[in-house]
Design a protein around this ligand. Structure first.
Ligand SMILES: *Cc1c(COP(=O)(O)O)cnc(C)c1O
Length: 346
């Protein structure tokens, strides 16, 4: 086989959801935007729904439509981008719940779909999505008359427990939602871990479901095994790959494997990344190419490994993120379209 195999453990996704659910007395939703962080919204969505998840969140109405097709009627599908121009039919036909971000969206929604469910997104300091305090006080009474299903906001620094922004946004959220009967939601994965003050009625974990920080106790979900295309022996002083950036300092054996930056193996991680053959680490030799990586297997017991692992028990998305100078979220959402996807545990 000429492409890598990405194994997605749906049992681990469900276990992570259950662990996060246990930490609160709130309802625990599932955030499955960006194709469930690159892992496949249909399979992940169905596994979560079977495990008892009743509310989902996606970024855009189009994602909501795909999820609705996978889940059928029943589960609530909330859309962070709210009611965008052109979304009306999809919101109606697919029974989506837009999280309204502005007066403009509120007007569009109640005029186009009177009586159709919606939520409200408030900005408590991140300055990304949602109504700010002044806009909210102007429309609050009108909006509340229409019985929104959820009032939500999003924390900017929840992965840093000591950051002063957390308490500040919590206070602002309380001020903006005082006396409101509609269910409230503030917490992503990081804010679930901050404790009960942040949980309100509904939590919205994403990355924690998929095995990423800041949920350090998460079970790992994705593993990636890459086939070796060929192996060769080099004498001391030979070069490997583009730019001759790797020069052997001893007789060496190099394996060429079938993945590269076009598959989301971020080029910048090159010199810091390693591949594993079971428990043995093998360094990347030289630059990562578009479809190929050279790996120094000189010290490997087996001179002809059939595959080498990039994601495995010894190296998770956050280890790779560290090597690439990014976050686990980006490693997951970059996972390649060429990988053969194999689902287990669902
Ligand atoms: C992505 C997102 C989440 C989930 O965040 P994680 O850090 O992945 O848990 C929750 N709420 C909103 C508004 C988001 O955009």
């Amino acid at each position: 086989m000429g492409t890598a195999t990405l194994t997605i453990d749906l049992g681990a996704v469900v276990a992570n959801w259950q662990q996060l659910d246990k930490r609160t007395s709130a309802e625990t939703a599932g955030v499955v935007k960006a194709d469930a962080y690159g892992l496949g919204v249909e399979r992940v969505g169905r596994a979560l729904a079977r495990a008892g998840v009743r509310s989902f969140f996606v970024a855009a109405a189009e994602e909501g439509a795909s999820l609705r097709e996978a889940l059928g009627p029943g589960p609530v599908i909330n859309v962070f981008s709210g009611h965008m121009r052109g979304d009306t039919d999809m919101i109606a036909d697919m029974a989506l719940t837009p999280m309204i971000n502005s007066l403009e969206q509120l007007v569009r929604h109640v005029e186009a779909l009177p009586g159709h469910m919606f939520g409200i997104q408030l900005d408590t300091g991140m300055n990304r999505l949602g109504m700010e305090a002044a806009e909210w006080s102007a429309v609050r009474d009108i909006a509340l008359e229409q019985s929104p299903t959820l009032i939500m906001s999003h924390p900017a620094c929840a992965d840093e427990p000591d950051h002063a922004m957390n308490a500040q946004q919590l206070t602002t959220f309380h001020e903006m939602t005082e006396g409101i009967e509609a269910p409230r939601s503030l917490a992503n994965t990081g804010a679930i871990l901050l404790g009960g003050d942040y949980h309100f009625d509904l939590t919205r974990p994403g990355i924690g479901l998929y095995g990423g920080l800041p949920f350090a106790e998460a079970s790992s979900v994705a593993s990636l095994s890459v086939p070796v295309i060929q192996c060769r022996d080099l004498v001391e002083g030979e070069t490997v790959g583009y730019g001759n950036s790797f020069i052997t300092t001893r007789p060496s054996r190099i394996a060429t494997i079938a993945a590269g930056y076009a598959d989301g193996v971020i080029r910048a991680m090159g010199p810091k990344a390693v591949l594993y053959a079971d428990d043995q680490a093998c360094p990347v030799a030289g630059r990562i190419s578009m479809d190929l990586i050279s790996v120094d297997i000189t010290d490997l017991d087996d001179p002809n490994p059939r595959t080498l692992d990039l994601l495995c028990p010894h190296q998770n998305i956050d280890t790779l993120a560290e090597a690439a100078g990014t976050i686990g979220y980006e490693i997951l959402t970059s996972l390649g379209a060429r990988y053969t996807r194999r689902y287990i545990g669902g």
